[in-house]
Ligand binder design. Structure first.
Ligand code: ACO
Length: 265
């Protein structure tokens, strides 16, 4: 699949980067042959270091579902090389931090959500709709599972490209989590985006707006309170350290009312 860029793409830089003017983008599951390239792209585009256990789980499909984007128009030895990816995992809806937003259907048994872990497209292939197609693959997959109620993710508050992408795909921003990320000893807010599927949620009700405002105010108050209590970096479990001070958020259900708390794996 390939599509016209919606923003400016410099043809000369494409040629410099060895990209055909008419790339042929295909999507497939990630497999063990992708390991090195997957690690390399993560290193290149994320400010945090992922453990090798994570990459092993992705390439072997252990508790993780994933899609790769490749450009078949590249020369043979690169035609199956990753140029983009999305990784995601299943979370039980009742254990997730958005369980309060899910409309449960007791006839459906144990309901799940899909949590997007990482998404990336190498720089030379950006602005061609690849990320949009990768996320669409996740949504399509999730929609085919009758017990799956939605797809959700966190994104750091200053990542405009990713925020625009999720909004464009009709994800709904349901929370702002103050100080959610801790990177190089600095706290950064995150947005929580959800795409509800299989009738799990009705569109924007007044109650939802009210809940958003309440959650936002609660998280703001808690953020200030936690700063006053000077608890910022106490008791955190530090993992995935690149410069020894980068951490990733937890994908598990936080303690009650902890939307502003610092949550880490
Ligand atoms: N500025 C503004 N909007 C953007 C930008 C940008 N730089 N890039 C994408 N978008 C939005 C636009 O709405 C765009 O649609 P439009 O151009 O028709 O308006 C839409 O996203 C789709 O863009 P794609 O071309 O599909 O996005 P791309 O393939 O370039 O990848 C991505 C976007 C994944 C954010 C890429 O820039 C990237 O890899 N960034 C670094 C890693 C990253 O930030 N990953 C996401 C973190 S969140 C997470 O992992 C859960």
């Amino acid at each position: 699949m390939s599509r016209f860029p919606r923003r400016f793409i410099d043809d000369s830089s494409m040629e410099d980067a060895g990209i055909s003017l008419c790339p042929s983008i295909h999507y497939r599951p990630i497999n063990p042959n992708d390991l090195d390239r997957l690690e390399q792209i993560h290193r290149d585009i994320f400010p945090i270091k992922y453990e090798s256990e994570f990459f092993q789980s992705v390439v072997n499909g252990v508790d993780i579902v994933s899609w790769a984007a490749v450009d078949r128009s590249r020369p043979d030895d690169h035609s199956d090389e990753l140029i983009g990816f999305v990784t995601a995992k299943f979370v039980l809806a009742k254990d997730s931090e958005i369980d309060d937003l899910i409309h449960y259907d007791s006839s459906k048994g144990e309901e799940t959500l899909i949590y997007i872990l990482t998404l990336g497209v190498v720089e030379t292939y950006r602005n061609r709709g690849i990320a949009m197609s990768l996320i669409s693959e996740v949504i399509k997959y999730a929609s085919g599972l009758s017990v799956c109620r939605g797809v959700y993710l966190h994104v750091i508050a200053h990542n405009n490209a990713a925020i625009c992408l999720y909004k464009r795909l009709m994800f709904r921003c349901v929370r702002r989590l103050h100080g959610f990320y801790l990177i190089n000893r600095h706290h950064f807010d995150a947005f929580l985006f959800v795409y509800f599927i299989n009738g799990s949620r009705t569109p924007c009700s007044p109650l939802e707006v009210a809940m958003f405002v309440v959650n936002y105010m609660k998280s703001g108050i808690k953020s200030v309170a936690s700063k006053l209590a000077n608890k910022d970096e106490k008791g955190l479990k530090w993992l995935f350290c690149k410069d020894t001070d980068c951490v990733l958020p937890s994908q598990t259900k936080p303690k009650l009312g902890s939307s502003s708390a610092y949550e880490f794996i």
